[in-house]
Design a protein around this ligand. Structure first.
Ligand code: 1HE
Length: 270
């Protein structure tokens, strides 16, 4: 991690299971429970929710990674073994609320994956807008073997990455995908060597942070919603979103910059 990052101020600096650091436009949130393989207990899920509600005003991109040898071992099984049915519903709904704030929060989110990306850990990874996987990553959905079901929005988000058929295979048979299989299946956007994930994510974060904030917002908020709509409705929303984005002064300036030869060309370094 670059030394340019410093501990977050205020509330974000006082989490118990999340270590949060900032560097200008980039906020880095680290799941910090390596002794339990970053298993997601109530506190950690609540801290993620609190963090995304309270991101610094100048944040433009968030990066999520895991401390230790694994991204996350998923649901903390010690907290759910004696739950009643209604406890289970409310527990799942808390995850939904927290994870929705990540996917539909104010900034694009990049997840850095390594080691186990399992169960709820994969559900968390699926909330991110981009995923960078290190070679050590492996993906599993052991809910079938544990006698449970996904409860952290995985049934809605994971099939949109890899398809219902692959997810069904993982859940029914306990099939584990390695990093290369995960990349081929659509679970990651970038596959890098071990120890290279954070630098790659930060490189991407710096690029994403240079886009006009309203464009980034349209990409992360409008795009997935339009993809769920019937084409006629989607195209109508698209026309509104594109007009809103174009109308922003930041967009006008960027178009002028290109027309007056001050902006980079596609595929060429600026
Ligand atoms: C845990 C958990 C956990 C580890 N809940 N405590 N998730 C799973 O079924 C995955 C279960 N975990 C594993 O398969 C392995 O731990 C790993 C492959 C991720 C890592 O193996 P390893 O050898 O590095 O670690 P370990 O020795 O298994 O675990 C270290 C400690 O973490 C140990 O505790 P300790 O007190 O004995 O040191 C483990 O008990 C603890 N630990 N994973 C609780 N998940 C909203 S619905 C979502 C549904 C799901 O996520 S289901 C999938 C649950």
């Amino acid at each position: 991690m670059s030394t340019d990052f410093r501990p977050a101020d205020g509330l974000l600096g006082h989490m118990t299971m999340l270590r949060i650091e900032t560097n200008g436009a980039i906020v880095h949130l680290r799941l910090n429970r390596p002794d339990k393989r970053n298993a997601l207990n109530d506190t950690l899920v609540r801290e993620l929710q609190t963090a995304f509600v309270n991101l610094p005003k100048d944040a433009r991109v968030a990066v999520i990674s895991g401390e230790g040898a694994h991204f996350s071992a998923g649901l903390d099984l010690s907290e759910v073994s004696e739950q009643s049915v209604s406890d289970g519903i409310f527990h799942s709904r808390k995850w939904h609320a927290a994870f929705d704030l990540i996917q539909f929060g104010p900034v694009p989110v990049i997840a850095v994956l390594h080691g186990a990306v399992v169960g709820g850990g994969l559900e968390l990874a699926a909330t991110a807008h981009l995923r960078v996987a290190e070679a050590s990553s492996f993906y599993g959905l052991p809910e079938g073997q544990r006698g449970i079901f996904v409860g952290g929005s995985g049934s809605a988000r994971i099939p949109r990455l890899m398809g219902v058929s692959r997810m069904t295979d993982m859940m029914l048979t306990g099939r584990v995908f390695d990093a290369a299989e995960g990349q081929a299946a659509g679970l990651s956007n970038y596959l890098v060597g071990d120890g290279e994930g954070l630098n790659k994510a930060l490189e991407l974060a710096r690029k994403v942070a240079t886009n006009a904030p309203l464009s980034n917002y349209a990409i992360t908020q409008a795009l997935p919603r339009i993809a769920e709509m019937a084409p006629a409705e989607g195209l109508f929303v698209e026309s509104l979103m594109s007009a809103i984005a174009q109308g922003d002064e930041a967009a006008k300036q960027r178009v002028r910059d290109f027309l007056e030869k001050r902006a980079g060309k596609v595929g060429k370094a600026t």
